[in-house]
Design a protein around this ligand. Structure first.
Ligand code: FES
Length: 136
């Protein structure tokens, strides 16, 4: 049971308001859960694959369009990007901003500018029901 408890975490997402982001720990890593606004979803979906360094469609990075769930570790050198807290810098693409060397991610967690080579990675997860996400 201890091993199982460590390998996955269930998160009640009901209290997370539209536009709010929360961070949970999973296997020692920060997981960013972003309850995206309609505007953020539209921005993510309007981007052309040709404009992306690590091409991926928004719809292939989410299970439900309102919920973006990514591992909060910059793919450059492993810093934790800013953007989770209200008022924190999010960079020019509205996602996350990594202060160490200026990587900027969009509202799908895709790398748009700066040295990071890849998009923010996706954890394994599933929706157990409408208000519970199981990560791992
Ligand atoms: Fe994020 Fe360097 S670790 S830009």
């Amino acid at each position: 049971a201890d091993t199982l408890a460590l390998s996955s975490v269930e998160v009640d997402i009901a209290p997370i308001a539209v536009g709010q982001r929360v961070t949970v720990k999973w296997r020692g890593k920060p997981i960013f859960i972003d309850h995206r606004t309609a505007k953020e979803i539209a921005e993510a979906r309007a981007v052309k694959l040709a404009d992306l360094r690590d091409p991926a469609l928004d719809k292939d990075r989410v299970k439900k369009q309102e919920w973006l769930i990514v591992i909060g570790i910059c793919t450059h050198l492993g810093c934790i990007p800013k953007g989770q807290k209200p008022g924190a810098p999010r960079g020019a693409y509205g996602g996350w901003y990594c202060a160490c060397h200026g990587s900027q991610y969009d509202t799908a967690g895709r790398i748009r500018k700066g040295p990071a080579p890849e998009n923010l990675w996706l954890p394994e997860y599933k929706f157990v029901n409408d208000h519970t996400v199981k990560i791992g």
